[in-house]
Design a protein around this ligand. Structure first.
Ligand code: ZN
Length: 606
């Protein structure tokens, strides 16, 4: 039995964004030990080549330098040798995202997948990490926040940690800064929220809301399989994002999204932040423990393909917002607004007619994570459409069983059969389980909406829970979908360009030209800068309004710059598509008793 693999990580130079890591290996592979760094981090399906941030690397044994051969972009090999070898390397850390590593004089943050080399063949051994306290006087207030299991640490959390495998080692992000942890208990389990970055958050409000959300998820699954849980948040001017782990999550948010003292109903930004916390917490079950077979012990050196992200991200997206209303953090109208925004996002992408959510999952690496100007025309999001498939499956299960079985039951059963015993979910596992729980064959549902591109029958699904839906043209540029207390009025479809743009020096530069729209018919392309319409200069803030006023039935000259060449095209106005929705609660007297009961059950706490 060899000694644990030992890592020591030191804040080498905050100004140069540089960590130094020493990896000590006892009894390396006599044939020539190989070491490697992952190309991607679980939960974020893109090749990121973390090894490109290794600035210097060298090996030493018994005080003598040892040659280290580089085998590929992320792997090194030692010569055959006996005894103990130290690999010492510097890692450049200047990525503010939740997926990699960061270091400056305000904060240190890292994921193990960015800083800890994997010792090939010894992944299942004990891995020990020594997090060294920085010696600079200015960093004396820094504290460690992580759920890495500690063995010997000081009051600030510096010292030794140990985990039983490499997979575990890279599932505990570490946040080190001058933060003040907020403590709360949910479902009897200690929870913590730490926020780095400047902010003025109402801690009492945030922890009260998080308690309700965490308890809602735990109640639905019937148990909370962690000893503790840590939310790590980096607040910036405009950040947004999160990454799930088994008993923690790393989040980015805009500081204005955090609750201010005195805030009443959650404002839009705070609701978004609660939704993000809810999403990552739900992942503690769905994707971290209930896992696709193909992602279990995945090879992190190459892409791994699964068709199931529509369930693992889509179902999570369905429940992250549903839990907010079920937990009582938002009211049902606010929840319907979130759902209306999800539906609107899906309707605004004609890619839904071309790509299925199963394909979108499979190709996440090269399409969803690498979106370009053609994305709305070519791809569908397994998050947003996946959330609507979850809604549909929820209704399908209720329909098939006289409302005895819901999607909640499917999640609980997935937890019992796959998550709890740690068995990977096969690619057809969720579909088979859904049919089994429904007591009837649901393969037609999956063929149409998961493996096919049939338009989702949202009117029927929503009507069955007493919700009305209106498809209409967008009211203005910021209209992303709404909810309404009463049935909405009809909206007139005015002409639109059929493109999206950004403002550049006061003029519109097209970012996306949408399939079937007027811009595409006129021959416009992404990158074109609009100059003049009908012979009159066209500044960015007038584009929507001027086009909306064009009479139909004739064409208008439009001048644009493509790169540095002036082009004149003929634009034929086209009415705005009905790609935006309003949702409302149908009046009780319009509902039969079954709809009423289903709506109450749907929105009620687990
Ligand atoms: Zn997610």
């Amino acid at each position: 039995m060899s000694a644990p693999l030992q890592y020591r990580i030191v804040v080498l130079n905050p100004a140069a964004h540089r960590y130094e890591v020493t990896l000590r290996i006892d009894d390396p592979d006599p044939a020539g030990q190989r070491i490697t760094l992952p190309a991607w981090i679980p939960g974020s399906y893109m090749i990121r080549d973390f090894a490109r941030n290794i600035v210097t690397i060298k090996a030493e044994s018994m005080g003598r330098p040892i040659a280290l051969d580089k085998c590929d972009k992320q792997t090194w090999q030692l010569p055959p040798l006996q005894g103990t070898v130290d690999i010492r390397y510097q890692v450049y850390a200047w990525d503010l995202s939740v997926r990699s590593a960061y270091l400056d004089q305000t904060r240190a943050y890292f994921n193990g997948s960015s800083v800890f080399l994997r010792v090939i063949g010894r992944e299942s051994e004990q891995h020990q990490v020594d997090i060294a306290a920085p010696q600079d006087d200015e960093l004396m207030n820094w504290r460690v926040a992580t759920t890495l299991p500690a063995t010997v640490v000081d009051a600030r959390g510096f010292g030794q940690y140990q985990v039983p495998s490499y997979d575990a080692l890279i599932d505990y992000p570490v946040e080190i800064s001058d933060h003040s942890p907020m403590q709360f208990t949910a479902a009897g389990i200690p929870h913590q929220m730490v926020i780095s970055g400047r902010h003025r958050c109402d801690a009492e409000r945030l922890t009260a809301d998080l308690t309700r959300i965490c308890e809602q998820h735990a109640r639905m699954y019937g148990e909370l399989p962690v000893d503790r849980y840590l939310f790590m948040t980096m607040a910036t001017g405009d950040g947004y994002g999160g990454l799930e782990h088994r008993d923690s999550t790393s989040l980015m948010c805009a500081r204005d999204d955090l609750p201010r003292p005195g805030m009443k109903a959650p404002e839009e930004g705070y609701r978004r932040f609660l939704g993000l916390c809810s999403h990552e917490y739900f992942h503690l079950w769905n994707v971290k423990r209930i896992r696709p077979e193909r992602l279990k012990q995945a090879d992190l050196s190459v892409e791994i393909h699964t068709q199931l992200l529509w369930a693992f991200e889509g179902f999570t997206s369905y429940y992250d917002e549903l839990a907010l209303v079920r937990a009582g953090c938002i009211d049902s109208l606010s929840f319907l607004e979130l759902l209306a925004q999800t539906i609107t996002k899906v309707l605004r992408s004609t890619g839904r007619h071309k790509q299925t959510v199963a394909e979108s999952s499979f190709d996440a690496w090269t399409k969803f994570y690498k979106q370009d100007e053609n994305a709305p025309n070519a791809i569908v999001s397994y998050y947003t459409k996946g959330a609507l498939v979850a809604l549909g499956l929820d209704m399908q299960l209720r329909d098939a069983t006289d409302d005895r079985v819901t999607l909640d039951d499917l999640m609980r059963e997935l937890w019992q059969r796959y998550g709890k015993p740690d068995i990977g979910v096969p690619e057809d596992g969720i579909e088979r389980l859904a049919s089994e729980l429904a007591g009837t064959d649901l393969s037609d549902f999956f063929a149409r909406y998961v493996h096919g591109t049939d338009e989702l029958p949202l009117d029927d699904w929503l009507a069955s829970v007493g919700v009305g839906i209106q498809r209409r043209p967008a009211g203005d540029a910021i209209d992303q979908g709404k909810s309404s207390k009463t049935p909405p009025e009809a909206v007139e479809a005015k002409p639109v360009l059929g493109a999206r743009w950004m403002v550049e020096n006061g003029f519109a530069r097209l970012s996306h030209v949408l399939d079937g729209g007027a811009a595409q018919a006129a021959g416009l392309s992404a990158g074109d800068r609009l100059i003049a319409l009908d012979g009159i200069q066209l500044p960015a803030d007038k584009v929507a309004q001027r086009i909306a006023q064009l009479p139909s039935g004739r064409t208008f000259s439009l001048h644009v710059f493509r790169r540095d060449e002036l082009l004149a095209v003929e634009l034929a106005p086209q009415p705005a598509p009905a790609d935006t929705v309003t949702l409302w609660l149908l009046a009780d007297d319009q509902l039969d008793s079954r709809q009423q009961a289903r709506r109450s059950a749907w929105l009620a706490s687990a």
